[in-house]
Write a protein that binds this ligand. Structure first.
Ligand SMILES: C[S@@+](CC[C@H](N)C(=O)[O-])C[C@H]1O[C@@H](n2cnc3c(N)ncnc32)[C@H](O)[C@@H]1O
Length: 211
């Protein structure tokens, strides 16, 4: 990912954060507690949403150096959070099996090169009964005009948006990775182009089997 993408991420997302993302992040993480791992933490947009007193440890994974520098600066603005920044991708987390209570993925499963591998890794590190909280933009229903546009635009979008894909069926991928989709809602992100508007927000419980 380029340094330019990292530099532009917060300014480009500012209006979207104010219009909807801040509220969704807050609702998703208001009751986060215990040991938490967040993958692709980016510039730290979720940090303000974590309840400091309830989180015992917060592992923030971010493989991109330019993003990680911004993340470290944002972490310093939240001294009450027990946060540690880790240089790693979601596919290989330096955490013991069944060692975390909660996993968090926001606007990242669109970008990781291998979502099944990332989800298998989250399943590995979550304790039995632990939860994955997610907020992700997803593909339009198959066969729709929008889905066709997502396919057409994806190669260009991917180059301009740090590897982001428009055609991921993320809910299905989470269910296929041995999670129970306990709760999910579909919302429209704004103000963004239609190809990234449809978002799923949910909680998925780790099942006691592997995929
Ligand atoms: C669109 S940004 C989202 C940042 C943040 N999660 C948010 O909600 O604003 C996607 C992030 O995923 C990171 N990323 C890319 N490949 C990854 C991987 N294999 N594992 C984890 N994160 C990855 C990128 O470096 C980037 O910071």
């Amino acid at each position: 990912m380029s340094r330019l993408f990292a530099a532009l991420y917060d300014p480009v997302m500012r209006r979207v954060e104010r219009a909807c993302l801040q509220e969704w992040r807050g609702a998703l993480l208001a009751d986060a507690a215990g040991s938490v791992v967040e993958i692709g933490a980016g510039t730290g947009a979720n940090l303000a949403a974590y309840p400091a007193g309830a989180v015992d440890a917060l592992w923030l994974c971010e493989p991109d150096a330019a993003m990680r520098r911004r993340l470290a600066r944002r972490v310093a603005q939240h001294p009450a959070l027990p946060a540690t920044v880790l240089d790693c991708g979601a596919e290989r987390l330096p955490l013991a099996a069944q060692s975390v209570d909660l996993a968090v993925a926001t606007l990242v499963l669109c970008t990781v090169p291998d979502p099944p591998a990332a989800l298998a890794e989250l399943h590995r590190v979550l304790r039995p009964g632990g939860e994955l909280r997610y907020l992700e933009h997803v593909a339009a229903p198959a066969g729709t005009r929008l889905a066709r546009w997502q396919h057409r635009l994806e190669p260009l979008w991917r180059r301009c948006a740090g590897g982001c894909r428009l055609t991921r069926r993320t809910s299905e991928a989470i269910a296929a990775a041995a999670f129970d989709l306990a709760e999910q809602r579909e919302v429209a992100m704004r103000p963004v182009p239609a190809v990234v508007r449809q978002v799923v927000i949910g909680r998925a419980r780790r099942l006691n089997r592997t995929a």
